[in-house]
Write a protein that binds this ligand. Structure first.
Ligand code: ZN
Ligand code: ZN
Length: 271
């Protein structure tokens, strides 16, 4: 018969915030089984919706389990003390997104907007995770910037990051995207004498290069300035005299892609 008195209670950890002199009255256990000593009063004043604390067996402190891991909880608690906010600049993007999610979940207002701003500046680093965050919290601007960059992600990654409802929106968005390209990826009409041997024309490699870039990161076609970038690189790639006949065809083809991209809906119109 187990004896409750011998059941081990973890030692009460001190507050991880340096120089904090507040008494510890709650111990939080993270999903990676780390324990943090902190203060119920701070949890109440700086946030909402923490799980109910249960009184420990020795009645000294309360205990609470949360789903977040120790990386994130440590930052959350930094935001929940009267002290300068932690520096998030060096944070790994995935930790930043998880912190942002926790800030939204527990309504840590001091962290919500700074996380949103920082995430908005780092979209290319994790577009799919960021799209999931933006869909969940209705941040249209962030969703619109992240969605084009998420197009090359795999279905499995999208399913993991976006949840069921986000996944349907993403599939719809990707379908729009494919319909944009269908029928627009025809080869440039090459003029004589290159009509039957386009590889010999200086424009051929350029079209192939544009296509390669397009397939490597398809969403960039939806970004501002894509056409100018392509045009500029077309100029740069002319290591010999452009073929004046076929060059016109190449530019028309690019224009056709750009026109279609301009009709493409912003992700937020699906929300
Ligand atoms: Zn403290
Ligand atoms: Zn030519």
């Amino acid at each position: 018969m187990p004896n409750e008195d011998v059941e081990e209670e973890p030692d009460v950890p001190s507050c991880h915030v340096p120089d904090c002199t507040l008494p510890i009255d709650v111990v939080i256990k993270t999903s990676d089984a780390k324990y943090f000593g902190t203060h119920l009063q701070n949890l109440e004043s700086y946030g909402e919706g923490f799980p109910p604390a249960s009184l420990g067996k020795r009645k000294r402190v309360n205990y609470m389990d949360i789903e977040e891991d120790s990386d994130v909880l440590s930052l959350m608690l930094d935001f929940m003390h009267k002290q300068p906010q932690p520096d998030l600049q060096q944070l790994q993007i995935k930790v930043l997104v998880r912190l942002a999610e926790a800030a939204e979940k527990y309504l840590i207002y001091s962290a919500i907007s700074i996380c949103r701003v920082m995430i908005g500046n780092r979209i290319p680093e994790a577009p799919l995770e960021i799209l999931g965050y933006a869909i969940k919290h209705n941040y249209h601007n962030i969703a619109n910037k992240a969605a084009p960059l998420s197009l090359e992600s795999s279905w499995n990654d999208a399913r993991r990051e976006l949840g069921a409802s986000g996944l349907i929106l993403w599939a719809e968005y990707r379908e729009y995207f494919h319909s944009l390209f269908r029928g627009r990826l025809y080869p440039v009409q090459f003029h004589p004498p290159f009509q039957y041997a386009p590889r010999l024309c200086s424009e051929y490699d350029i079209q192939v290069n544009v296509l390669n870039r397009l397939f490597k990161s398809p969403g960039t076609v939806l970004s501002e300035g894509w056409k100018d970038q392509q045009m500029a690189s077309v100029d740069l790639e002319h290591d010999m005299e452009p073929c004046s006949d076929c060059e016109e065809g190449l530019r028309l083809w690019l224009q056709n892609l750009v026109d279609a991209a301009e009709l493409f809906p912003k992700f937020s119109t699906l929300l």
